[in-house]
Design a protein around this ligand. Sequence first.
Ligand SMILES: [Zn+2]
Length: 295
Amino acid sequence: MERYSRQLLVIGIEAQEKLKKTRVAIVGCGALGTGIAELLARLGVGFIRLIDADYVELSNLSRTHLFEESDIYKPKAMVCYEKVKKINPEVTIEPIIDVINPENALKYLSDVDYVFDATDNVLTRLIINDACVMLNKPLIYGGVSGLYGSVKLVVPYKSACLSCFLNYNGDDTNACEVIGVVDTITSVVASLEVQEFLNHLMNQDKNGEELIYVDLKELSFEKIKIERNPYCEACSRKEFVYLKKNYTVNACIPTEVSEPKGSPVISNEWLRIYKTTGGVIVCYNNGKCFKRVVR
Ligand SMILES: [Zn+2]
């Protein structure tokens, strides 16, 4: 318990024991996901599943604390796993190199207690949201853009879910890699997501009625009350449209493909990267290949 002696003075032994028994999934191992993983491991969460199909690039290093130059062209989920394991070997960590989609969302999220959204696009968020509402699991949403961020705890059927107020119009290509973002906001949003989790763990009556909006330019925090939408496709009508896959997939999300013929431009012990029209195909040792659009 020496490891946790200072935080025990704040959260108490009961919460510390609860943390040890808690299982979480983090969807996305970018700036938000690695920040959340590090904080949760230091706190002493018992089990962390990390899901990401991307690999580390030079442009990640300005805001992703766990990544170093020597990690470039390694799978993000594996790098995050290796670093976090060193921080706290008492935590069980399961890295998964994959993209969350309607076929696997329930499988990856059904045996955890909390789900953290650390993704960069609306469609993936709505898939995760549908799964969490269907499974009745708390979801902690976080989004960043420039110097602005927002965070919300979703407790299904008690507070507004993401489908209550977010819409997917078939094209959110302005998201993912093209928007600017600074490390300060990702650090703040990752911390707020973990605090929302901790507050809920310690007090189950906290149901996340409010969305926290952070403006780092003005150094302001705002709490915005969001009501449940009586016509919500997820938590009211239980249609779960994003798990039924009746939408057009946008370019933000890597799609699974088969390994191309020819020579990879990058090949190492972890992966092979092939150049293709408009993007790259990356193939990992787990047999999965993903096509990603490069802008
Ligand atoms: Zn809803």
